[in-house]
Design a protein around this ligand. Sequence first.
Ligand code: HEM
Length: 431
Amino acid sequence: MEASDGKEETPLPSALSRFQLSEDYGFLLPNPLTELPDPYGPWMEIARELPQLIASHRLRSRVHQMPQLSTRHLRGREELYLAHLVLSFITMGYLWQEGEEGTVKVLPRHLAVPFWEVSQALGLPPILSHADFVLANWRRKDPSGPLEIENLDTIISLPGGESLRGFILVTFLVEKAAVPGIKAILQAIRAIRQLDEETLHQALQGLATAIGAMGKALQRMHDYVDPAVFYAVIRIFLSGLTCLQNVGASLCGRPLPEHLVSWLSWKDNPAMPEGLVYEGVSEEPMAFSGGSAAQSTILHAFDELLGIHHSQESTAFLHRMRDYMPPPHRAFIEEIRRAPSLKQHVLCSGDTRLRAAFNRCITALADFRSYHITIVTKYIAVAKAKAGWAEVGGWAGRPPAALEAKGTGGSHIFSFLKSVRDTTRDGLISA
Ligand code: HEM
């Protein structure tokens, strides 16, 4: 990231680009592609019609008729990200088209093989993750217009109509609001190394302001997302695959490859108890977590900079979520972790102004997490209490029962979220 040995400092843009971070968009993919090259027309046609194909129960048969396409014509990171986005959305639609009662055990070869290959090329798991759902899934309606929700749209969609669109785009706005905070991290680390307390103070001010702006962006969830639709329709398409024998490090009876061990979490959906066979990839079923903003790099990066230590159990989950991030973003977190400790520096400096600025960051982060709990209460706990069928665009959703006991319906999510918020507060430096 920066020289600690007296060498010339890397300019901010190149420090960011080392981790595939953009000065304007942070972890978001800058101006993602919306079309794949010609050979991939069959994928794009299905992806564009996903909500209708799922609602009319025709997606599975369309996938069965899909030609086997080689991934060798995909060039560069943008095409690979769009291919991953398209294949991950088709996969989630394919798995959950019939709701939790009509799941499948096998992902057909002509979907499984290219999805696996593209995932390998990007270092992402072969399932829908935050990187697909949000980071690579946005476009401006008017290319020269502002980055406001009215001028934004998703590239690929699933059932959930305007609420799904709002859920993705509000999360986009939270990622966008975090951008000055990401730059502030680099400034802060540089300032610590150069013992430049004035710049460090500015960076911490910038970080606290960015976290406050993220909270404001998160509030917009209320305007765009209907809790009943989120609860009954959207959630199921974000859920993962589980394999009940998959306790410890084995995958349906067989030892689990090291790199997959961490891809298992409580978010796995018991409606798919045997996991999923990726036909043509492996004969053994595999299990992955579903998509969650816990896979966003932002808060992981802030936690590392501010030296926050979560409980062992929460850390285990959060660290597993890092395996769902693009590898350069994961490397960014590692780089922050290896940098000199900000908290130690502030403590040793004895500078009350720095201490106050540090504490403002901690308070802003704990407040963001408290507000997130309010949102989760509305969209999960309250929505669960009122739960009924919800119908959007022809897809009638019944609240998924398998997610009630485990996963996003369970009460343990609140103990987890509160514990993470409380350990954030514990990071305050007392006077
Ligand atoms: C309707 C909106 C939302 C709901 C219902 C929701 C729900 C949840 C749930 C259930 C968890 C627990 C872990 C899991 O099951 O994956 C979680 C974790 C998390 N969510 Fe959200 N979420 C929402 C929006 C967001 C947004 C917009 C962000 C911002 C990027 C976000 C960031 C996080 C983070 C960082 C975690 C990990 C815990 C932490 O570090 O505090 N969530 N969320």
